[in-house]
Design a protein around this ligand. Structure first.
Ligand SMILES: NC(=O)c1ccc[n+]([C@@H]2O[C@H](COP(=O)([O-])OP(=O)(O)OC[C@H]3O[C@@H](n4cnc5c(N)ncnc54)[C@H](O)[C@@H]3O)[C@@H](O)[C@H]2O)c1
Ligand SMILES: [Zn+2]
Length: 360
C-alpha cells in the first residue's frame, strides 16, 4: 500500500508514502491552482530537501520562508512573519503553501494556510517519522502560546500529504525513536497485528528498510484516517489517539520541554497508563511486560527518574484540555490492541501508577 485516502465529510485527500516522492511533479500539480507557491521549511531541513522539492516546482513562482529550527519558533512571531510574506508578495486566495519539515513546520504552515484570507490550500511534505504518521494527517494545526502549547489553532485539512521515505535516512536516531513511540501507540489503541509486526521486525525497522517503513507508516496513516473520519473534531473516539499523552504532556512539562522529545514522553506516559490498568487487574502482567519491552527495543525510555515530583505531574494532568469534569480523562488499555476513554480513576490510583514508573 503506498497511498491512503483521508475522507472527512466534504474533503478527501491522498497520503502518498514511498521513496523518491519529493521531486515528483505529479504529486503536487493536481493541488496547485495558481502560479503562486510558498514553501515553508526550517534551516535544518532546507539544505537537505529544498533543492529536490524546488525541482518539482519549476513551473511555479516559488517563495521560500525558512524558520529557525525548534519548537520555540512555533510562535506568534513566526506566524506573523509568514503572513507578512504572503501579504508583501501579494499572494492571492488560490495560492498554495507547502510545508516541508517535521511537525513544527507542518503545524505552523497549516495554521497560516487556515488563516490567510480565511484559508488557502496547503500540502504537507513531512520529513520526520512523527510527522509522517501523526502530525501531517488529520488536520490539526496550531501555534504555541508562551504559556501553553498548541493553544491557538484550527482544524484545517491539507490537500495532500507526500511522505518521502528517503527523508528518514537523515533523521537523527533519537527523533526516529520518538516517532516510533507514536507508531507503537497505533498498535496499542487499534491494531494488535501492527504491534506484533513491530515485535517481529525490530532490526529491519530500526535499520530503516523501505518496505518495512512503508508498511508501518501506511498502516498508521490508515488508522489515523479511520479514526479522524469518524470524529474529525475530537468529540469522542479521536481521543484514543491520546494514549499516553495526558501523562506524557505532564512529563514533557516537568522536563521544561527540553529534557524529553514528545515521543519519549509519550512512551513513558504510555507505560504509566499501562501500569494503571495492570494495578487495576484490567490487563495481564504478560501484556504489560510485552509493551514495556517493545518500547525498550525501540530505544525509548520507560521510566522517569525519581527526582520528578509525582504531585507536580498530577497537578499538570488536572489541567489537561481533555478533562471534562474535575476528574482526569485518560486513555487506558482494555485488552490487546484496544483501549477505552475513562475518567473513573482516583487520584490515588493515578499517583500509584506514576510512582511505579519512577526509578533512581
Ligand atoms: N498536528 C498534529 O496532529 C500533531 C500531532 C503530533 C505532534 N504535533 C506537533 O509536532 C511537533 C513535533 O514534530 P516533530 O517530532 O516532527 O518535531 P520537529 O518538527 O521539531 O522535527 C524534529 C527535528 O528533526 C529535524 N528534521 C526534520 N526532518 C528531518 C530530516 N529528514 N532529517 C534530519 N533532520 C530532520 C527538525 O529540524 C528538528 O530538529 C510538535 O510541535 C507537536 O506539537 C502535531
Ligand atoms: Zn503525540
Amino acid at each position: 500500500m503506498n497511498q491512503v485516502t483521508v475522507d472527512v465529510g466534504c474533503h478527501r485527500y491522498p497520503i502518498h508514502i514511498d521513496s523518491g516522492l519529493i521531486a515528483g511533479k505529479n504529486y503536487y500539480s493536481p493541488f496547485i491552482h495558481s502560479s503562486q507557491v510558498l514553501v515553508v521549511t526550517n534551516e535544518t531541513v532546507k539544505p537537505l530537501y529544498l533543492p529536490k522539492l524546488l525541482s518539482a516546482l519549476n513551473d511555479y513562482q516559488v517563495d521560500v520562508f525558512t524558520m529557525p529550527d525548534g519548537e520555540a519558533f512555533k510562535s506568534f512571531e513566526t506566524f506573523q512573519s509568514i503572513i507578512e510574506l504572503l501579504i508583501d508578495n501579494q499572494f492571492r486566495r488560490n495560492a498554495t503553501i507547502i510545508a516541508l519539515g517535521g511537525g513544527v513546520v507542518g503545524d505552523i504552515s497549516g495554521f497560516a494556510a487556515a488563516c490567510y484570507q480565511r484559508g488557502i490550500p496547503f500540502i504537507q511534505v513531512p520529513t520526520t517519522l512523527l510527522a509522517m504518521v501523526d502530525s501531517s494527517v488529520g488536520g490539526k494545526t496550531a501555534i504555541n502560546h508562551p504559556r501553553a502549547k498548541n493553544m491557538i489553532g484550527a482544524f484545517y485539512q491539507p490537500e495532500a500529504v507526500i511522505a518521502d521515505l528517503d527523508c528518514l535516512k537523515t533523521l537523527p536516531a533519537r527523533e526516529f525513536a520518538a516517532g516510533m513511540a507514536e507508531v507503537i501507540k497505533y498498535g496499542l489503541i487499534y491494531d494488535f497485528a501492527l504491534f506484533q509486526y513491530l515485535e517481529a521486525n525490530i532490526d529491519s525497522i530500526k535499520s530503516k528498510q523501505s518496505e518495512h517503513l512503508q508498511t508501518i507508516i501506511a498502516q498508521c496513516c490508515s488508522i489515523k484516517a479511520e479514526v479522524v473520519q469518524q470524529d474529525e473534531k475530537e468529540k469522542g473516539i479521536r481521543g484514543i489517539l491520546n494514549l499516553g499523552h495526558t501523562f506524557g504532556h505532564a512529563v514533557e512539562k516537568a522536563g521544561n520541554y527540553q529534557r524529553f522529545l514528545h515521543g519519549e514522553a509519550v512512551a513513558i506516559g504510555t507505560c504509566m497508563a499501562f501500569a494503571l490498568a495492570k494495578n487495576d487487574g484490567q490487563i495481564s502482567n504478560e501484556y504489560f511486560n510485552r509493551v514495556i519491552d517493545l518500547f525498550q527495543q525501540y530505544d525509548l525510555p520507560t521510566f522517569l527518574s525519581d527526582d520528578y515530583s509525582v504531585d507536580a505531574l498530577i497537578e499538570t494532568m488536572k489541567h489537561d484540555k481533555k478533562n471534562k469534569t474535575e476528574n482526569i480523562t485518560l486513555i487506558i488499555p482494555l485488552s490487546e490492541g484496544a483501549v477505552e476513554i475513562t475518567e473513573r480513576y482516583s487520584l490515588d490510583a493515578i499517583r500509584n501508577a506514576i510512582s511505579s514508573r519512577l526509578k533512581k
